[in-house]
Design a protein around this ligand. Structure first.
Ligand code: 5GP
Ligand code: MG
Length: 178
């Protein structure tokens, strides 16, 4: 697996230090009261697990499966909700977590749906945000790292289902991207 990585973009130690700061920011910004953290599967799993363990306050966790037709498979920009049930978010304060902000379609669609379902506030956090023009006008409230417009894997992010368990974020070798 390691041999497929061309270059490490964000190493483990740097991620951990950044998560310490992000957790403090979140803790500071949120008033007391019920918080629901919504994790977008599967990409945000690793990031969320490491971040939430640094936030010593009461919260509950929900997970959502969405499909965003990415990489030119379909250019509609449609985001599908794959779960049979949508979590109960009425009147709740939400922190929505995803792995990476790219076109912005996923985060925009999920945040909108959460508002439609009656969430009282929706804040967003991503481990990575690509520095590029987005299809949707959306930015995250909490960003781990701004990166260039490159395809990355590791720390939750996959290529064809692989590399999610790498402890760092890296760029794939061309030879591994088959
Ligand atoms: P958006 O809807 O912002 O275009 O894309 C968000 C989703 O696309 C992410 O949740 C992620 O699954 C996928 N994605 C976007 N960029 C990358 C990338 O560089 N690497 C990987 N592995 N997935 C990406
Ligand atoms: Mg994803």
């Amino acid at each position: 697996m390691k041999n497929d990585i061309e270059r490490i973009l964000v190493d483990e130690e740097i991620i951990e230090r950044r998560l310490d700061t992000m957790a403090k920011e979140i803790e500071r910004d949120f008033p007391a009261g019920p918080i629901v953290v919504v994790i977008l599967l599967k990409g945000a799993l690793v990031f969320a697990a490491d971040l939430l363990r640094r936030i010593p306050r009461e919260l509950s966790i929900e997970c959502l499966n969405v499909a965003s037709y990415h990489g030119g498979l379909e250019s509609s920009g449609k985001v599908d909700f794959l779960d049979r049930h949508f979590p109960e978010v009425k009147g709740k304060h939400i922190i929505l977590l995803d792995d990476i902000l790219d076109t912005g379609r996923t985060l925009a669609a999920v945040a909108q749906r959460l508002r439609e379902e009656g969430a009282s506030a929706v804040h967003t956090g991503v481990l990575l945000a690509k520095d590029k023009k987005r299809a949707e006008e959306v930015e995250a409230d909490y960003v781990g790292f701004a990166i260039g417009d490159e395809f990355v894997v590791g720390y939750g992010l996959d290529y064809k289902g692989k590399y999610r368990n790498l402890p760092y974020v890296g760029i794939l070798k061309l030879s591994a991207a088959t």
